[in-house]
Design a protein around this ligand. Structure first.
Ligand code: FAD
Length: 168
């Protein structure tokens, strides 16, 4: 049980979108917490990355880790029709003259864990749920206040989470 913390941003969901947003925000010094209902690593569909995934991965400092990973390198796609006829391979490097043309076929359980670990290294907190426990244990309370009285500051919310999900 966490006794209570103040955050600038609460991100609900620790998939690639949530953990990438958490890394970007934490890199910029924001106090971020990611709330994830599942216990990681967990199965997820959606393994085949596309070239332009490179750029957000680069932004959060993950390219070297991806290159060092065991994930299969993916250079092309091939389309198969309903009758089983396969198209010629479509090689990304024919269209994109950048190393992003080489991407990866990932195992999402591992990939999503890597992204979350990266966010944690950058300072984002993560609170995990456990769907196997009673739902009452996962209840979360947030108090949100906005410092409207000081117009010099950008409007933002101060969020205090008081109890609920467990910190890992
Ligand atoms: C059949 C299929 C095939 C696909 N194939 C590909 C592919 O080949 N390549 C590709 O790039 N994409 C593919 N996709 C798409 C890909 O799966 C998604 O784009 C990607 O997972 C989206 O990431 P996300 O972080 O937005 O959401 P998710 O990966 O779904 O992550 C959301 C997270 O939020 C958590 N969550 C949800 N609700 C709550 C809550 N209330 N509280 C706390 N946590 C919560 C979930 O547990 C989950 O971990 C495919 C999708 C489908 C359905």
């Amino acid at each position: 049980m966490n006794p209570g913390s103040d955050f600038d941003v609460i991100i609900i969901g620790g998939g690639p979108a949530g953990s990438t947003a958490a890394s970007v925000l934490a890199q910029k010094g924001r106090r971020v917490v990611v709330l994830e209902k599942e216990k990681f690593p967990r199965y997820h569909i959606g393994e085949s990355l596309i070239p332009y995934t490179y750029f957000p991965l680069e932004r959060i400092g993950m390219i070297e880790q991806m290159k060092a990973s065991h994930f299969t390198v993916k250079l092309s796609v091939q389309f198969v029709g309903q009758r089983g006829r396969a198209s010629q391979p479509f090689y990304f490097f024919n269209q994109l003259k950048h190393e992003a043309a080489s991407t990866w076929q990932v195992r999402r359980s591992e990939f999503d864990q890597m992204l979350l670990d990266n966010a944690r290294k950058k300072g984002a907190q993560q609170w995990r749920g456990d769907r196997n426990r009673g739902s009452g244990q996962n209840r979360l309370y947030a108090r949100i206040s906005r410092p409207d009285d000081d117009r010099r500051h950008r409007p933002r919310c101060a969020v205090r989470l008081t109890r609920g999900l467990e910190a890992p």
